[in-house]
Design a protein. Structure first.
Length: 422
């Protein structure tokens, strides 16, 4: 059974008092889920607008998730010194600034500026992740840490479910035509396509700023990252914990596989050999992928109260491998719905890996969280790898790439998560 750090001196009354803070934290999970899933709408939109290859289009994910690699350890350092609450507020303000930067990027019709805005936005979300994920594991009983984090992640999936549907309506509603980059370069102002991106992200900026103000006035438990050590918790070097290091790899391949699939799903479903769907319909169907993760997380939060999290993780990863195999050999609508169903398998993976990897780290919990969030860079690298194969062997065959990601997660769920010192 997974373990997590408890707040020193916590009582049942204190645990009941954590419900309010957990509700507030849930709003963060929802917002960064919605924002992250909008990348899957930006990819086909900007791919068409700038006439990009799949590799060039997946630089959207490279810029976004690359921020996790660059900023996770600095974010962990900030959380250790500022505490969870201040870290969350700063993260929200940085993310809001990144959303505002979409306006000048669209006005200039500059793809590099879009990538820069995404990096700033993701830097703020990185700080939110580093602060919020371990905060959830600390605010409550150790035995239900995986279940509790899975439940809050379910609301993250609610955001990823709503995001593509709204994005398809607001951003993909007008098909991009013409000569792409050449037409944009000749425009005297923001093109119609760029203008469609401006207002949704300004709206997100306003919401993130409002949530930052809300957190500034909320009274949250005064728990700093350095206060999370429990009596008897390990105090050895952070990198001596084998299950943490293997968990870093598991987060890398999980996020990489999940994001790679989501990044190419719209184009995958538009492919005449697969779904043959119109652009907006394909974008709306993307909600099934993320919606499956939402449903699975609510179910998984309950299931892991009774079943060992590692076993649930291995089962779901095995199911994902089977669904990808079906897609690769079948094509057509069978392939489309098999890949969409992988969202259900993804449901419990991130929170379960995260909680298992942090088990027993004691005073190193904040640093461990930063290391795990750093591994989210898999979302920057794996989609580009799959994009390369999509350009050279076809979009359907490129889905062999996430198969290897899920095979590693099977290993971690069965064996790799077991705590051991190296």
């Amino acid at each position: 059974m997974t373990e997590a750090v408890r707040v020193p001196g916590a009582t049942e009354a204190h645990e009941r008092s954590y419900r309010g803070p957990l509700v507030a934290l849930t709003s963060l999970f929802f917002m960064w889920g919605l924002i992250t899933s909008l990348n899957d709408i930006l990819i086909p939109h900007l791919k068409a607008a700038f006439t990009l290859s799949y590799v060039q289009a997946t630089l959207i994910q490279f810029s976004f998730f690359g921020a996790y690699f660059v900023m996770s350890m600095p974010s962990g350092w900030l959380v250790e010194r500022m505490g969870y609450k201040r870290g969350i507020i700063v993260g929200l303000l940085v993310a809001s600034a990144g959303c505002v930067a979409f306006y000048p990027a669209a006005a200039a019709a500059s793809y590099p500026l879009f990538l820069g805005a995404l990096f700033v936005l993701a830097s703020g979300i990185t700080l939110l992740q580093v602060a919020a994920n371990p905060y959830v594991t600390i605010l409550g009983p150790a035995r239900t840490a995986s279940s509790r984090l899975t439940l809050t992640q379910a609301f993250n999936s609610a955001g990823t479910t709503i995001g593509p549907y709204l994005g398809a309506i607001l951003i993909l509603s007008t098909p991009v035509g013409g000569s792409g980059a050449a037409r944009i370069a000749d425009a005297t102002g923001p093109t119609a396509e760029a203008a469609l991106v401006q207002m949704p992200y300004l709206g997100l900026a306003a919401v993130l700023f409002a949530i930052a103000v809300l957190f500034a006035v909320l009274r949250l438990p005064a728990v700093g990252a350095g206060d999370s050590g429990a009596a008897g918790s390990p105090t050895g070097p952070l990198l001596s914990h084998r299950h943490l290091l293997l968990g870093v790899v598991a987060i890398f391949v999980y996020v990489g596989g999940e994001v790679a699939i989501g990044s190419l799903l719209v184009n995958f479903m538009m492919d005449p050999a697969v779904g043959g769907l119109p652009q907006q319909a394909a974008g709306q169907h993307l909600s099934y992928y993320w919606g499956g993760a939402m449903v699975g997380r609510f179910v998984g939060a309950l299931a892991m109260v009774y079943v060992r999290p590692g076993r649930v993780l291995a089962f779901n990863a095995t199911a994902a491998v089977v669904l990808l195999a079906i897609a690769l050999v079948s094509a057509g609508h069978a392939a489309m719905w098999s890949v969409l169903a992988i969202g259900l398998c993804n449901s419990i993976m991130f929170p379960t890996i995260f909680a298992l990897a942090l088990a027993g780290l004691g005073r190193h919990t904040g640093e461990g969280s930063g290391l795990l969030c750093m591994a989210i860079v898999g979302g920057a690298i794996v989609p580009v790898i799959q994009g390369y194969f999509a350009d050279h062997v076809g979009i359907l065959n490129s889905f062999l790439v996430p198969v290897f990601c899920y095979l590693y997660i099977v290993f971690y769920g069965l064996y790799g998560h077991r705590p051991a010192r190296i």
